[in-house]
Design a binder for this molecule. Structure first.
Ligand code: ATP
Length: 457
């Protein structure tokens, strides 16, 4: 049995079964963008649903936010992004093709952690490496990842805005609104799921590095002396989320990020790294952002973001713990973990062993034969009955049973329910029962129609 696929296996399954397509494909594609088909949307929705449950709805101290994607330049000056949200860019001196200098070094077996731009350049020069086109590299520059947007009719600097580089800032700028509206007691958190945009130098590895991405983020506001407890609490929520998504512990490492490599705002960061088909890389991050963001926004907006701590009878600027998770990297980790190839009935099959909570469909219902009206009408009846209780099911009468099993296996449907002649009473012992086939083992059991929904639950 093959477990853990190559990137080609995943890309090909996603295209074949309609999960993910290259963005604007009929126009040759747009690098760093992907579009989602019906099944990709369902899988993403289910992942986000589990996130909302575990990070927000199972708690009592969380508030949702949905902020604008376009935010004025001032926000990004305050957050430090216009100054430091950049990557080292190196170009081919002849063709002008662009590469990320730290990635070029990593690919050459050199760890760029903690190196300045100049140190990275010296390290590259010392290797004598040429570009993939066989030319010299030109001297590097730092390249800012924010996407500028010009608002309105005049192109003055006053109208300069940016597509948000992270969802986090949408929560910090609404801190005061939330406090004034709901009067939450510390500690409390804001949660948001939404798009972010990064003008990545070299988007690559399918949906791992995108220019348009989606994040699931929490900003958790605390008293400063509470940070280690709150940090550990969110660490444990993230670990549980990984388990709920079926990510194997063999493929996950928690990496403590050293002083030189932490973001400018962070006092402690742990990255959850996952072994993707292309290597072990950042999946999610957990950061202690101190009072950096609220203090900076107070300063730049001239609006006080201090919080009146009624217990201590003093005004404080809360500190922040931030679990930050990318939807697409999570999706890629889920697909990597669930992908299987085995032999069933003497034939190779591919299936997705997705946890039931995130499988796009919970079950598929088939009539054994498409051209027998009595089977089809019974199957329709069973389908309608289940759908009332469990809406995420599909009716499938296309092709023979073997083909339908293949199709449902590849999209990760946990159960296939077949209505056959026994259901109709050909074998009186089995009247009003159906066969239920289990995706992972392929075993079939006879289940009474009346007991089906509770069986699926
Ligand atoms: P990297 O070092 O890989 O560029 P990062 O440290 O810049 O990532 P963060 O700013 O911590 O990433 O963003 C939080 C999360 O958002 C990441 O852990 C990841 O899941 C996701 N993410 C960040 N950049 C991208 C991207 N370009 N494409 C897809 N997901 C991303």
């Amino acid at each position: 049995m093959k477990q853990f696929p190559s990137m080609e296996d995943i890309v090909s399954l996603c295209k074949r079964r309609g999960f993910i397509f290259p963005g604007s494909e009929i126009y040759g594609g747009l690098a760093g963008t992907y579009d989602y088909g019906h099944l990709g949307v369902l899988l993403k929705e289910n992942i986000k649903r589990v996130w909302w449950d575990m990070f927000v709805d199972e708690r009592e101290d969380m508030y949702r936010v949905d902020a604008s994607l376009i935010m004025p330049a001032k926000v990004w000056e305050a957050s430090g992004h216009t100054e430091t949200f950049s990557d080292p860019l190196v170009t081919d001196a002849k063709t002008k093709e662009r590469y990320r200098l730290d990635h070029v070094l990593e690919d050459a077996g050199i760890d760029p952690a903690g190196m300045s731009l100049d140190e990275m350049w010296q390290a590259l020069v010392a290797t004598g490496l040429k570009t993939p086109k066989g030319n010299d590299y030109a001297e590097p520059v730092t390249f800012n990842l924010l996407f500028p947007v010009t608002m309105g009719a005049s192109a003055t600097s006053a109208s300069l805005a940016y597509l948000r580089g992270e969802t986090a800032q949408g929560m910090f700028v609404n801190f005061k609104n939330v406090v004034d509206a709901y009067h939450p007691k510390l500690p409390f958190g804001l949660a948001q799921v939404g798009k972010a945009f990064r003008n990545e130098i070299a988007p690559r590895e399918f949906v791992f590095r995108l220019r348009e991405l989606e994040q699931m983020e929490v900003e958790y506001f605390i008293r400063p002396d509470d940070w280690t407890r709150a940090f550990d609490e969110w660490l444990s929520v993230m670990r549980s989320f990984a388990v709920a998504l079926g990510l194997p512990s063999t493929h996950l490492v928690e990496k403590e990020i050293g002083d030189a490599d932490r973001a400018h705002y962070s006092k402690r960061t742990i990255d959850f790294e996952f072994t993707f088909p292309t290597g072990t890389k950042e999946l999610w991050g957990l950061a202690y952002r101190t009072d950096y963001d609220l203090s900076r926004h107070s300063e730049y907006s001239s609006v006080s973001l201090a919080y009146l701590d009624e217990e201590a009878k003093e005004k404080i600027v809360p500190h922040v713990i931030e679990p930050s998770l990318g939807v697409e990297r999570t999706l890629l980790a889920v697909l990597t973990s669930a992908y299987r190839e085995d032999d069933m009935g003497g034939e190779k099959r591919v299936y997705l062993a997705l946890p039931k909570a995130i499988a796009p469909y919970k079950a598929a219902v088939f009539p054994l034969l498409k051209n027998k009206p009595e089977l089809v009408s019974k199957a329709r009846e069973v389908f309608a009955m289940i759908k009332k209780e469990i809406p995420q099911i599909i009716f499938d009468d296309n092709g023979n049973i073997g083909k339908r099993y293949r199709r449902q296996d590849e999209i990760g449907t946990p159960y296939c329910i077949t209505i056959d002649f026994d259901t109709l009473g050909e074998n009186p012992e089995h009247i009003d029962t159906v066969t239920v086939r289990d995706r992972d083992s392929g075993t079939q059991s006879r289940v009474a129609i009346a007991a089906l929904t509770s069986y699926l639950r």
